[in-house]
Design a protein around this ligand. Structure first.
Ligand SMILES: [Zn+2]
Length: 162
Protein backbone atom coordinates (compact mmCIF):
# COMPACT_ATOMS: atom_id res chain seq x y z
CA UNK A 1 0.00 0.00 0.00
CA UNK A 2 2.97 2.32 0.52
CA UNK A 3 3.68 2.05 -3.21
CA UNK A 4 0.06 2.75 -4.15
CA UNK A 5 -1.81 4.78 -1.52
CA UNK A 6 -4.84 5.10 -3.83
CA UNK A 7 -5.30 1.31 -3.62
CA UNK A 8 -7.20 1.72 -0.34
CA UNK A 9 -9.61 4.17 -1.96
CA UNK A 10 -10.12 1.82 -4.92
CA UNK A 11 -10.77 -1.09 -2.51
CA UNK A 12 -13.37 0.93 -0.60
CA UNK A 13 -15.04 2.01 -3.83
CA UNK A 14 -15.13 -1.61 -5.00
CA UNK A 15 -16.66 -2.76 -1.71
CA UNK A 16 -19.20 0.06 -1.81
CA UNK A 17 -20.28 -0.79 -5.37
CA UNK A 18 -20.71 -4.48 -4.45
CA UNK A 19 -22.62 -3.58 -1.30
CA UNK A 20 -25.01 -1.35 -3.25
CA UNK A 21 -25.82 -4.27 -5.56
CA UNK A 22 -26.39 -6.58 -2.62
CA UNK A 23 -28.57 -4.02 -0.78
CA UNK A 24 -30.73 -3.50 -3.89
CA UNK A 25 -31.20 -7.28 -4.11
CA UNK A 26 -32.07 -7.44 -0.39
CA UNK A 27 -34.66 -4.66 -0.77
CA UNK A 28 -36.24 -6.41 -3.74
CA UNK A 29 -36.32 -9.71 -1.85
CA UNK A 30 -37.90 -8.07 1.23
CA UNK A 31 -40.59 -6.41 -0.92
CA UNK A 32 -41.31 -9.71 -2.69
CA UNK A 33 -41.57 -11.59 0.62
CA UNK A 34 -43.91 -8.94 2.09
CA UNK A 35 -46.18 -9.31 -0.96
CA UNK A 36 -46.07 -13.12 -0.70
CA UNK A 37 -46.90 -13.02 3.00
CA UNK A 38 -49.79 -10.65 2.29
CA UNK A 39 -51.13 -13.31 -0.09
CA UNK A 40 -50.79 -15.92 2.67
CA UNK A 41 -47.52 -17.58 1.55
CA UNK A 42 -45.62 -17.77 4.85
CA UNK A 43 -42.76 -19.94 3.54
CA UNK A 44 -40.39 -18.57 0.88
CA UNK A 45 -40.96 -20.18 -2.50
CA UNK A 46 -38.12 -21.70 -4.46
CA UNK A 47 -37.37 -19.26 -7.23
CA UNK A 48 -34.20 -20.59 -8.88
CA UNK A 49 -32.08 -17.61 -7.83
CA UNK A 50 -28.84 -17.57 -5.90
CA UNK A 51 -30.84 -17.66 -2.64
CA UNK A 52 -31.95 -21.21 -3.38
CA UNK A 53 -28.33 -22.15 -4.00
CA UNK A 54 -26.96 -20.91 -0.71
CA UNK A 55 -27.37 -24.35 0.80
CA UNK A 56 -28.32 -22.76 4.09
CA UNK A 57 -25.25 -20.73 4.90
CA UNK A 58 -25.94 -17.38 3.29
CA UNK A 59 -22.77 -16.39 1.46
CA UNK A 60 -22.78 -14.91 -2.03
CA UNK A 61 -19.25 -15.88 -3.12
CA UNK A 62 -17.19 -16.84 -0.07
CA UNK A 63 -13.58 -17.79 -0.83
CA UNK A 64 -12.09 -19.15 2.40
CA UNK A 65 -8.69 -20.00 0.88
CA UNK A 66 -6.93 -16.63 0.85
CA UNK A 67 -4.68 -17.73 -2.01
CA UNK A 68 -7.49 -18.39 -4.51
CA UNK A 69 -10.42 -16.15 -5.37
CA UNK A 70 -12.31 -14.93 -8.45
CA UNK A 71 -10.31 -12.67 -10.77
CA UNK A 72 -13.01 -10.08 -11.42
CA UNK A 73 -13.84 -6.99 -9.41
CA UNK A 74 -16.01 -7.74 -6.39
CA UNK A 75 -18.97 -5.82 -7.82
CA UNK A 76 -18.78 -7.88 -11.04
CA UNK A 77 -18.65 -11.12 -9.04
CA UNK A 78 -21.57 -10.11 -6.83
CA UNK A 79 -23.57 -8.96 -9.85
CA UNK A 80 -22.91 -12.29 -11.61
CA UNK A 81 -24.17 -14.25 -8.60
CA UNK A 82 -27.21 -12.04 -7.99
CA UNK A 83 -28.29 -12.35 -11.63
CA UNK A 84 -27.64 -16.09 -11.84
CA UNK A 85 -30.39 -18.65 -11.99
CA UNK A 86 -30.62 -22.39 -11.96
CA UNK A 87 -32.70 -24.72 -13.98
CA UNK A 88 -35.39 -26.50 -11.94
CA UNK A 89 -34.05 -29.76 -10.55
CA UNK A 90 -30.44 -28.75 -11.11
CA UNK A 91 -29.71 -27.86 -7.51
CA UNK A 92 -28.10 -31.21 -6.66
CA UNK A 93 -24.95 -30.43 -8.65
CA UNK A 94 -22.13 -28.36 -7.20
CA UNK A 95 -22.34 -25.49 -9.65
CA UNK A 96 -20.33 -22.32 -9.22
CA UNK A 97 -22.52 -19.26 -9.73
CA UNK A 98 -19.42 -17.11 -10.30
CA UNK A 99 -17.63 -19.00 -13.09
CA UNK A 100 -20.12 -21.68 -14.07
CA UNK A 101 -17.91 -24.63 -13.11
CA UNK A 102 -19.88 -27.81 -12.46
CA UNK A 103 -18.91 -30.65 -10.16
CA UNK A 104 -15.29 -29.49 -10.25
CA UNK A 105 -14.47 -28.98 -6.60
CA UNK A 106 -11.62 -29.71 -4.23
CA UNK A 107 -11.82 -30.05 -0.44
CA UNK A 108 -10.28 -27.32 1.69
CA UNK A 109 -10.19 -27.52 5.48
CA UNK A 110 -9.84 -24.53 7.76
CA UNK A 111 -8.15 -26.84 10.27
CA UNK A 112 -10.67 -25.90 12.94
CA UNK A 113 -14.22 -26.96 12.23
CA UNK A 114 -15.14 -26.74 8.54
CA UNK A 115 -14.33 -28.44 5.27
CA UNK A 116 -15.34 -26.50 2.16
CA UNK A 117 -15.74 -27.81 -1.35
CA UNK A 118 -13.99 -25.09 -3.37
CA UNK A 119 -14.51 -24.44 -7.05
CA UNK A 120 -11.27 -25.46 -8.77
CA UNK A 121 -11.58 -22.58 -11.22
CA UNK A 122 -12.17 -19.61 -8.93
CA UNK A 123 -11.94 -20.79 -5.30
CA UNK A 124 -15.50 -19.98 -4.25
CA UNK A 125 -16.94 -22.33 -1.65
CA UNK A 126 -19.69 -24.45 -3.20
CA UNK A 127 -20.54 -26.37 -0.05
CA UNK A 128 -19.39 -26.60 3.54
CA UNK A 129 -19.68 -29.13 6.29
CA UNK A 130 -18.72 -29.09 9.94
CA UNK A 131 -16.09 -31.56 11.01
CA UNK A 132 -15.19 -32.82 14.46
CA UNK A 133 -11.47 -33.41 13.86
CA UNK A 134 -9.47 -30.36 14.91
CA UNK A 135 -6.08 -30.18 13.17
CA UNK A 136 -3.91 -27.72 15.14
CA UNK A 137 -1.01 -27.93 12.68
CA UNK A 138 -3.25 -27.08 9.72
CA UNK A 139 -5.07 -24.37 11.69
CA UNK A 140 -1.72 -22.77 12.56
CA UNK A 141 -0.65 -22.95 8.91
CA UNK A 142 -3.88 -21.24 7.80
CA UNK A 143 -3.40 -18.50 10.41
CA UNK A 144 0.21 -18.01 9.33
CA UNK A 145 -0.91 -17.83 5.69
CA UNK A 146 -3.22 -14.90 6.51
CA UNK A 147 -0.49 -13.17 8.49
CA UNK A 148 1.96 -13.61 5.60
CA UNK A 149 -0.52 -12.07 3.17
CA UNK A 150 -0.91 -9.03 5.39
CA UNK A 151 2.86 -8.71 5.85
CA UNK A 152 3.58 -9.05 2.15
CA UNK A 153 3.93 -5.83 0.22
CA UNK A 154 3.75 -5.63 -3.53
CA UNK A 155 3.09 -9.34 -3.97
CA UNK A 156 -0.24 -10.56 -5.31
CA UNK A 157 -2.46 -12.32 -2.77
CA UNK A 158 -3.07 -14.92 -5.49
CA UNK A 159 0.42 -16.28 -4.96
CA UNK A 160 -0.20 -19.70 -3.46
CA UNK A 161 1.40 -20.39 -0.12
CA UNK A 162 1.92 -24.12 0.20
ZN1 LIG B 1 -16.02 -20.95 -9.78
Amino acid sequence: MDDDPRSLVRAIEELHAARQLWLADERAYAARRRAEKARGHRQPRRNETWRDWQRGWGNIAFSPDPAVHPDGELSAVVDQVLRSSAAPGDTAALTCLVCGGRDDARPWSDGVSRVHQLCRRCGVSLAVERVDAHDPVLAAARTEQWKEIWRTRGVSSRTRVS
